[in-house]
Design a protein around this ligand. Structure first.
Ligand SMILES: NC(=O)c1ccc[n+]([C@@H]2O[C@H](COP(=O)([O-])OP(=O)(O)OC[C@H]3O[C@@H](n4cnc5c(N)ncnc54)[C@H](O)[C@@H]3O)[C@@H](O)[C@H]2O)c1
Length: 73
């Protein structure tokens, strides 16, 4: 069971992927929901080292699309 969940938007970008890595490394028990549209700037390879980590969940979604965002949450 997790202590708390963190939603990160743009987690496949430069800042987001490093933020996710920091959270999972330094905050025990945290579960991360990464919401990213995978635009030209998004690259899943930025998180390749975390593949299979059961504390990280990815959902492809446009955060400007309210219905899609609500489904993700
Ligand atoms: N190696 C480096 O030093 C390096 C590399 C990349 C970027 N940067 C710098 O980092 C800063 C930007 O980094 P960043 O991580 O904020 O931006 P980014 O552009 O790297 O990533 C943004 C992320 O948000 C996602 N995204 C965009 N629109 C979205 C939407 N509507 N819904 C959901 N997801 C969406 C993209 O797919 C992407 O994964 C800039 O200053 C840039 O110059 C540095």
């Amino acid at each position: 069971m997790s202590d708390f969940a963190v939603v990160v938007t743009g987690g496949c970008g430069f800042i987001g992927s490093n933020f996710i890595r920091l959270l999972l490394r330094d905050v025990p028990g945290t579960v991360v929901l990464n919401i990213d549209l995978l635009t030209y700037a998004g690259n899943p390879a930025n998180l390749a080292d975390l593949a299979g980590n059961d504390r990280l969940v990815f959902h492809r979604c446009d955060i400007a699309d309210r219905e899609s965002l609500e489904r993700a949450l």
